[in-house]
Write a protein that binds this ligand. Sequence first.
Ligand SMILES: *Cc1c(COP(=O)(O)O)cnc(C)c1O
Length: 360
Amino acid sequence: MSRVYNFSAGPAVLPEEVLKEAAQEMLDYKGSGMSVMEMSHRSKVYDTIIKEAEADLRELMNIPDNYKVLFLQGGASLQFAMIPMNLMKNRKAAYIVTGQWAKKAYQEAKIYGDAVEVASSADETFSYIPDCSDLPIPEDADYVYICENNTIYGTKFKTLPNTKGHTLVADVSSCFLSEPVDVSKYGVIYGGVQKNIGPAGVVIVIIREDLITEDTLPGTPTMLKYKIHADAQSLYNTPPAYGIYICGKVFKWIKKMGGLSAMKAHNEKKAEILYDFLDESKLFKGTVRKEDRSLMNVPFVTGSEEMDAKFVKEAKEAGFENLKGHRSVGGMRASIYNAMPIEGVEKLVAFMREFEKNNG
Ligand SMILES: *Cc1c(COP(=O)(O)O)cnc(C)c1O
């Protein structure tokens, strides 16, 4: 067996320990005589799995009691619709557009009401986070929406926007559990788990209870109502049961690693190794304004498309996978999520140094 260093933006690297444990439990989960994939989601065994997953996540993120944790399906993208359908009471919301995912959410919200773009960094290919200290947020806006870590462009909100008292909704797909967060500052935090937590197919929504109401937009399907899922504790219908089980294992792995502060230190160390190299390199250069750099997704370029392609090809041959940038921006991108070991980044930088020497 040989494992590569996988720098994919998502689905992405998972802790090897978790994969091994899951492999061991594949045929017989804790004496049940079956795989978690094969068991009823109403069984006692499964009930323990989902309850423990929620309890561990609550502990890790220090989630206050007045927030619900929902394990849903449809990816992060379905939330682009679920959020307005459930939260747009005045049919108005403010969107901060810092990349493609934020833009998609903004465009989807327009189907349901008056989505207002209050800030954008499109003018410089989303390479920075706009000043959000005094935005023209409409008084009757139901919420302010951000994509907290921009997976494609490699930017991250280091301070949350001043929402002027409005509910903050954040897509944290690509920075979920990468550092401590103050959940109480948000109305909704959500993310697809395939970037930093588990297998694709699960989206986790952490939502303040007062935002969960019967009062959704007319025509909202039953399956898209937060209240239905909250009342049923994520078991209204069959949940993505196996995916949730793996998420639960990753939560336990993060706890064992020391929780979110330890994760942050580990992620800062990795990011520093890579950014320091990019700052000194004559061949490679980072594309993001320094103060807005993401700890998770690190885009970089050589300035020549041919050289970029040569690098990606040679890197792949050397065991560094998925370094090609998003199809919309080109260049390279190294995603260095929680489960990427420090050696992975150290070896990548050593490889980049060598490549620079040979191609400088
Ligand atoms: C990947 C990603 C999405 C889309 O996730 P899906 O689960 O494929 O719908 C949305 N937002 C962000 C920030 C992402 O990184």
